[in-house]
Design a protein around this ligand. Structure first.
Ligand SMILES: [Fe+2]
Ligand SMILES: [Fe+2]
Length: 176
C-alpha cells in the first residue's frame, strides 16, 4: 500500500490507551500453517522493534536539544510497538525469537555509531532503518491473514514509522 491509500492514524499518539480487556487469549488456536505464518511474522516484528527501540536509545545524548526530545519520543513509541507484538506473541501461546539478542546488539551498534558521527548521521540512520521497516510492515500486512484488531494495530505502528521518517527528514532539512 502506498502512503495515500493507507488508512489514517494519529501518529501524535505515541502510546495508545490499553486496558486489561484488550488482552485476548486465543482459545481457538488457528490451523498449524496459519499459526506458523503468524509466529514468523510476529517474531519478525518483535525483533525489528527491539532493534528500533535500541537505535533511538543509544542515539540519545545528555544535551537538552530538540533532537534528543524527539529521539526520546520515538524511543517510547518503539517501546509501545515492542509491547504490541510481545503481547500478541503470548496471546497465541508463542514466544519471542530465540536469536532476538542479536537484534538488540545490531540496534545498539547502529545507535551508538551514529551518535558518534553526529546529528546528520543520527537522522540518516533513522530514515534508512524506518524506510526498511515500512516496507517490511507492508509485506507482512499483505502476506499474513491478520484478524481485524491485530491488523489495525499493525497499521497504526506502520503509520508511526512513516511519521518517524517524516520527522527525521524535516529535521535533516533544517541542518545546514
Ligand atoms: Fe516501530
Ligand atoms: Fe519507528
Amino acid at each position: 500500500m502506498t502512503g495515500e491509500n493507507r488508512p489514517k492514524y494519529d501518529v501524535e499518539i505515541i502510546r495508545p490507551q490499553m486496558t486489561g480487556h484488550d488482552v485476548h487469549l486465543r482459545t481457538k488456536p488457528p490451523a498449524p500453517a496459519k499459526l506458523k505464518a503468524l509466529k514468523k511474522a510476529l517474531q519478525a516484528f518483535h525483533t525489528l522493534e527491539t532493534m528500533a527501540a535500541n537505535i533511538y536509545k543509544f542515539q540519545l545524548t545528555k544535551e537538552p536539544s530538540e533532537l534528543n526530545r524527539q529521539l526520546i519520543a520515538a524511543m517510547c513509541n518503539e517501546m509501545t510497538h515492542l509491547q504490541d507484538f510481545q503481547v500478541k506473541l503470548y496471546e497465541y501461546g508463542l514466544r519471542p525469537a530465540f536469536f532476538r539478542p542479536a537484534f538488540w546488539m545490531v540496534g545498539f551498534a547502529f545507535g551508538f555509531v551514529s551518535r558518534l558521527l553526529g546529528p546528520k548521521a543520527i537522522l540518516k540512520t533513522g530514515i534508512w532503518v524506518e524506510t526498511k521497516a515500512v516496507k517490511h510492515y507492508a509485506e507482512l500486512l499483505e502476506t499474513v491473514d491478520w484478524d481485524e484488531q491485530t491488523r489495525k494495530m499493525i497499521e497504526k505502528d506502520q503509520a508511526d514509522e512513516d511519521g518517524h521518517i517524516n520527522r527525521w527528514r524535516n529535521m535533516l532539512g533544517q541542518i545546514h
